[in-house]
Design a protein around this ligand. Structure first.
Ligand SMILES: *Cc1c(COP(=O)(O)O)cnc(C)c1O
Length: 439
């Protein structure tokens, strides 16, 4: 109780904190009764493979990856050096960037979950109406006739921006009517881009949760409409989780070992929780106790931290403790976390960092300067992980409790860059010149 109140007090004061998840468990023993398992991830992976020929046909830029939507894993030694010198990060092992910022089609991590859910829904519809047999003929879904079939159906979603882009672009490409309900945080250029794809964008003055409520209501009134429920969707979650299997192969390719001596630290920007939660779930399935996953949230929108630390999950919002929920990190501007992700994370997640908006722009400029890679502000939250891991007392306690103190020089740290490649040039220039107080 005492500890819980302490952390809530710090959050309410807008401080940058590290919260160590007291419910994390060792995974050495097989745990029964879990709702989702490795089998579900493998099914999702197989479904994406079935759709690969169709993806290649609709999005020729995915050809060189055989229709798989996957991002590269890039060592960033210059950024590591800068973090160590400028922020005294003390990162001894290796720092790597997972570039979901450059994922095909949607330019963000949402290309994983969002596109997966649209495809799963499409498969169900197509099988039920005999458009495909389920055996290697998915490409035909791109035919004029089948596109006309899909045009009688609607897919809707509530979004702060990037999920809308992922669902909207994919749905429109298959011929669906796509409707995206955008919260007030959503950037103008994302709405414009969506409209250019023929997507209907409905704008709200309110935050993300309101956009979701109205979107769901509208969708429910139409029997031929499907609503992608970011807060509760198991499909989105599993689409994200597939990233873990892809990462495993990439680590192998780069001859990076993950075992009891070589730990993997992964830092993921968190909004409603689905994307970082799905990836964490997948990674824990694969690497067990040798992977250490941490989320990062803005100081004004630490919804997952608040939900997990109080145990109230989606029954508490950041506004309830006097925070605004407003942040320049539009992808993370979520006041209330997913109802189910936090519970799934309880035994798995190491902890959560919060970070001030001003630092996101600093990290963004740092990355451009050292590695010449552009990331959007939300994605830059990932760098608070390596910057803070050796600088927060509670994070030090995590390392000690896990028996890692003497092993940190062999650790690999992954900053999960969640978005950026679609940001227009003039917006990038504006970001580069944005300076906010971090004191
Ligand atoms: C959506 C998003 C996240 C976080 O994903 P959630 O599922 O909302 O937790 C992180 N970064 C960016 C750029 C995003 O768009």
């Amino acid at each position: 109780m005492e500890v819980k109140n302490e952390i809530v007090k710090s959050l309410a004061a807008g401080e940058e904190v590290f919260w160590l998840n007291p419910k994390m468990e060792l995974l050495t023993e097989e745990r029964a009764g879990q709702e989702l398992s490795m089998k579900d991830i493998e099914e999702a992976e197989q479904r994406l493979a079935r759709f690969a020929p169709l993806i290649m046909k609709c999005f020729p830029e995915t050809k060189d990856k055989g229709g798989l939507i996957e991002s590269v894993l890039t060592p960033i030694p210059e950024m590591q050096k800068l973090l160590n010198e400028k922020y005294h990060a003390g990162i001894k092992g290796k720092l790597i960037l997972k570039q979901d910022s450059h994922l095909a089609i949607a330019g963000s991590i949402k290309a994983r979950g969002g596109i997966y859910e649209v495809l799963k829904h499409t498969e169900e519809l197509a099988l039920a109406h005999g458009l495909i047999t389920g055996k290697g003929d998915y490409e035909r879904l791109a035919s004029e006739e089948n596109r006309r079939f899909f045009s009688e159906y609607t897919i809707q979603v509530g979004s702060t921006g990037n999920l809308g882009m992922s669902i909207g672009i994919m749905s429109a490409a298959l011929g669906y009517q796509a409707v995206v309900h955008m919260s007030a945080d959503a950037k103008e250029w994302k709405k414009k881009l969506l409209r250019s794809h023929g997507v209907t964008v409905i704008e709200y003055d309110s935050d993300y949760s309101e956009a979701v409520i109205h979107g769901r209501k509208l969708s429910d009134e139409n029997p031929k409409s499907y609503f992608v429920d970011d807060e509760n969707s198991k499909d989105l979650f599993l689409g994200y989780a597939v990233a873990a299997k892809r990462l495993e192969a990439q680590l192998k390719e780069q001859q990076i070992t993950v075992d009891g001596e070589h730990s993997l630290f992964v830092y993921l920007p968190c909004g409603v929780g689905g994307a970082p939660g799905g990836i964490t779930f997948g990674l824990k399935q694969l690497f067990g106790d040798n992977v250490h996953c941490f989320f990062v949230e803005p100081v004004q929108a630490p919804s997952m931290l608040l939900g997990m630390a109080t145990g109230l999950h989606n029954e508490i919002s950041v506004q309830d403790i006097g925070l605004t929920g407003m942040t320049h990190a539009d992808g993370l501007a979520v006041g209330r976390p997913s109802g189910f992700v936090g519970k799934v994370m309880e035994p798995l997640l190491g902890g959560i960092f919060t970070v001030k908006d001003g630092r996101l722009y600093e990290y963004m400029r740092d990355m451009l300067e050292t590695q010449d890679i552009f990331l959007e502000p939300s994605a830059c939250a990932a760098f608070a992980g390596p910057a803070f891991i050796n600088n927060k007392e509670e994070a030090g306690r995590y390392i000690a409790e896990q028996g890692l103190t003497d092993k940190m020089d062999k650790a690999v740290h992954i900053a999960w860059a969640t978005g950026g490649s679609l940001v227009p040039q003039e917006i990038r220039e504006a970001y580069k010149n944005t300076y906010l107080d971090v004191e």
